[in-house]
Design a protein around this ligand. Structure first.
Ligand code: HAM
Length: 454
């Protein structure tokens, strides 16, 4: 048996060696945040392209807002008692003493932008498409990150139920067209008038002595601060108690009831898979009337309860934030959660052709000439593969094969001094000598012939 060779550590000789051998600290990313590496970007491209295509088709225009906003913006809009504000928001005091938050969701910033830029002067509805990162100090787990990306569609200035239905349809189509089976959970939480009666009934139900003692600690606080959220609790005993709780749809005022019925009628005209969920209330303060969530149909029980998207109406928010009274509705979809679902289903992604031709070179002078030729070909719209950092022709042609190009251009020292270049058909291995100055036209001709033959 061969003896294992073990390297003995070398004793430190002087100061310089000691410093060198000191362990260098390696940095890792923070908990709950992710790097998006090359392969995953293919999924990103797919998801963002689908979102952009749908947004364009339905007339939503791209808008961006800053990651940093005043902390108060979220306290006022998302709600002082919401989980996002009380537990999850990243906030700090900046060097000028201002209280700042890292955006935990897009809607408040979009409402601010609508008001700040006087968008009520534009033809209504104003339809926004937003895509970007959001930050929540959540407990990290699969599909729950501290930095994640959302895509949002928001519609300002349209009160009619057709807007709610259209948004739900777009969100549904987004998933369906990426072959992810989803179900829409939908409910109406009424308006501030009819909700008042409902909340009285709800509080009465939960304040009943036997029930109250069984509530979780959070729900005991919710009774006092935000009773609607009692319905949202995930604790087993609270979920069980909720089954008998009064349902908000039974107390809707006539206009809210009519609005909801109309939304459902529109949905019935489509093939959307939806389910009325009387206990879904959403965790943000600004909603009224229609609220909805998109849940996956497939996967483990836990993953089927993790929403891929959610949204609803927020007709009072613009006015509450200092703007003109403007009805609004929208939704947000989690990009990472969507990608996880696509990956789970093993849907093969179409492979983009990396290059049309490969440009190989041998020797320093040829490399320099090749760099000029590369630019000429690229400007002509030809996708060119290259490995100018490598000297070996074998390695370069192996890369050309991996890329699956039909032709390679080879510029060696002899060709360079003759003013020629080789065109190699990668399938047959046949090589032709052509004039170096005509390389672009010659390769274009062959590529066109190749496309015609296909
Ligand atoms: P949300 O339900 O808090 O709604 O978030 C929408 C989606 O963002 C979720 O369904 C999920 O896919 C994704 N998401 C949320 N938190 C995380 C996380 N920690 N990690 C990964 N993904 C996450 C809103 O944010 C509302 N602003 C949506 C809206 C727009 N309503 C009206 N307009």
């Amino acid at each position: 048996m061969k003896k294992a060779i073990t390297k003995k550590p070398v004793a430190a000789k002087d100061d310089a060696t000691t410093k060198k051998s000191k362990k260098i600290k390696i940095f890792n990313r923070l908990r709950g945040v992710r790097d998006v590496l090359f392969d995953e970007y293919r999924y990103w491209d797919l998801v963002t392209k689908k979102a952009t295509d749908l947004a364009n088709a339905y007339g939503f225009k791209r808008i961006d807002t800053p990651v940093l906003e005043k902390l108060e913006l979220y306290e006022r809009s998302s709600g002082k008692t919401s989980d996002i504000v009380t537990k999850e928001m990243y906030s700090f005091v900046d060097k000028s003493g201002e209280k700042i938050a890292l955006r935990p969701e897009a809607t408040p910033g979009l409402v601010r932008a609508y008001i700040e830029h006087g968008m009520f002067n534009l033809p209504q509805p104003v339809k926004m498409f937003w895509l970007g990162p959001a930050f929540r100090h959540d407990k990290p787990q699969a599909g729950r990150y501290r930095q994640f990306n959302q895509l949002n569609l928001e519609m300002f200035g349209e009160a009619g139920p057709v807007a709610d239905a259209q948004l739900i349809l777009i969100a549904y189509n987004f998933f369906r067209e990426m072959q992810v089976d989803v179900q829409v959970q939908i409910n109406s939480i009424g308006c501030k008038d009819c909700r008042k009666d409902y909340l009285d009934k709800l509080v009465k139900y939960y304040k009943d002595k036997t029930r109250h003692s069984k509530l979780c600690l959070d729900c005991k606080k919710r009774i006092l601060k935000n009773p609607l959220r009692l319905l949202d609790c995930k604790e087993d005993k609270c979920v069980a108690m909720r089954a008998e709780a009064p349902q908000i749809v039974d107390t809707l005022c006539e206009p809210c009831r009519e609005h909801f019925v109309k939304v459902l009628e529109y949905l019935d005209d489509t093939s959307i898979n939806y389910n009325l969920n009387p206990f879904m209330v959403r965790g943000l303060d600004y909603y009224n009337r229609t609220v909805f969530e998109i849940l996956p149909v497939e996967g483990s029980t836990e993953s089927r309860q993790t929403s891929l998207g959610g949204g609803g109406r927020y007709d009072e928010l613009v006015e509450y934030m200092g703007g003109r009274a403007t009805p609004a509705c929208g939704f947000g979809i989690g990009v990472e959660r969507t990608i996880l679902k696509i990956k789970e289903k093993n849907i093969p992604l179409k492979k983009e052709e990396e290059a049309d031709v490969f440009l190989a070179q041998l020797g320093e002078a040829s490399r320099r000439r090749s760099m000029i030729l590369f630019e000429e070909l690229r400007r002509a719209g030809i996708k060119v593969g290259q490995m100018f950092t490598k000297d070996s022709l074998k390695i370069q042609l192996e890369e050309a094969n991996r890329m699956g190009v039909k032709f390679s251009l080879i510029l060696g020292q002899k060709e360079l001094s003759d003013g020629t270049i080789l065109i190699r058909d990668m399938e047959s291995g046949v090589q032709e000598v052509v004039d170096l100055n005509k390389a672009k036209t010659e390769i274009e001709k062959r590529l066109n012939n190749h496309i015609e033959k296909k």
